[in-house]
Design a protein around this ligand. Structure first.
Ligand code: AVJ
Length: 327
């Protein structure tokens, strides 16, 4: 099955690097330095994130997996509804699809036809995903590599079927709250009444549990964070010295924002794509937010963007929730 990734790979690659350079330079030249967490996911970053998902401290994936393993039948009932019309199952930020696999198998056992359309910014992980799902006989799959809404528009061009959009793994947490609100508005506008969203949120809980999940003993999250600098060195001809940057993690239980930074331990000047970037000793680069929610905040988010809350699925500790919203 061809993927969007296969179409004119050279042109796409060139555009991708140009965009990366523009974003990185803008972020590093700004008064408060920042880099977008979407750039974590090169081949090395994908592999490190897979390792994070196996860290004892990183409960997020295990909680959602428990929901998908234990409640697949209920999830299927909630997303297929009564009409039995074929639908498109579009997964935004699909990654390696470990969780979706349970859902896909349960869906294959019911009579309703569907096409699985995983969307991801990493073509690398999509190839891996497609291969890992090869044993699901008869699965209709179409991989789309790119940004969420570009690919959602692409999917709408390809098919007029009812849509079920999966946005799992607390991926929405990578947006600050005001962006998540914009995202949900935009998502609602891209859908038709009756379309369904299945969204995963990491819930507020003991702050120490959350902080530890992003500050694991083995230092995998640190390496994941630092890999962004390695990627800049390689793809944008940068000269970051990784020994002079440390991983710094915070969690604010009141706002629910869990944030990652890279802190320069010395005063220094780094060059990226020919542009000098100077750092004070102790100056930081903000690299990621992983926003945590309360149920109340999730309800408000749904209501404000015009979705109606349908079903909720919790893990046994109630640390994570998958919610069904109807457009
Ligand atoms: C893939 C966005 C869900 O924020 O929990 C894990 C990424 N970053 N550890 C998260 C991540 C550091 C993860 N998401």
């Amino acid at each position: 099955m061809p993927t969007a990734h296969d179409l004119q790979p050279d042109v796409r690659e060139e555009d991708r690097v140009l965009q990366f350079r523009e974003d990185v330079l803008k972020g590093l030249k700004s008064g408060t330095k920042r880099l977008s967490s979407k750039y974590f996911y090169d081949a090395k970053g994908d592999a490190l994130f897979q390792q994070i998902m196996h860290c004892p401290e990183y409960y997020v994936t295990r909680c959602e997996l428990e929901i998908f393993r234990g409640q697949a039948a209920d999830l299927v009932r909630a997303i297929t509804m009564k009409d039995k019309q074929p639908f498109d199952l579009i997964e935004l930020g699909a990654g390696d699809g470990i969780k979706s696999r349970h859902l896909l198998r349960a869906l294959q056992e019911q009579p309703c036809e569907f096409t699985y359309i995983p969307v991801d910014i990493s073509g690398n992980i999509l190839s891996y995903l497609e291969e890992s799902l090869a044993d699901l006989n008869g699965l209709n799959i179409l991989c789309l590599e790119g940004e969420y809404f570009d690919m959602l528009a692409e999917a709408t061009k390809i098919s007029a079927n009812r849509k079920v959009v999966l946005f799992l793994g607390a991926n929405i947490g990578n947006m600050p709250v005001y962006e998540a609100e914009k995202f949900c508005d935009q998502l609602r506008n891209a859908l038709q009444p009756g379309d369904i969203v299945l969204m995963g949120f990491d819930l507020k809980k003991n702050p120490q549990t959350i902080l530890n999940a992003y500050n694991d003993e083995a230092g995998i999250t640190r390496d994941f964070n630092l890999n962004l600098l390695t990627r800049i060195n390689r793809e944008l001809d940068g000269n970051f010295d990784l020994d002079t940057f440390t991983h710094y993690q915070t969690y604010d239980p009141e706002t629910g924002a869990c944030k990652s930074y890279l802190v320069s331990s010395t005063e220094q000047t780094v060059t990226v794509a020919g542009t000098p970037i100077s750092f004070q000793e102790g100056e930081w680069i903000f690299t990621e937010v992983s926003q945590k929610y309360s149920m109340k905040e999730i309800e408000v988010l749904a209501a404000n963007s015009g979705f109606s809350m349908d079903t909720t699925f919790f893990d046994s500790k109630r640390w994570f929730v998958d919610v069904i919203w109807i457009a």
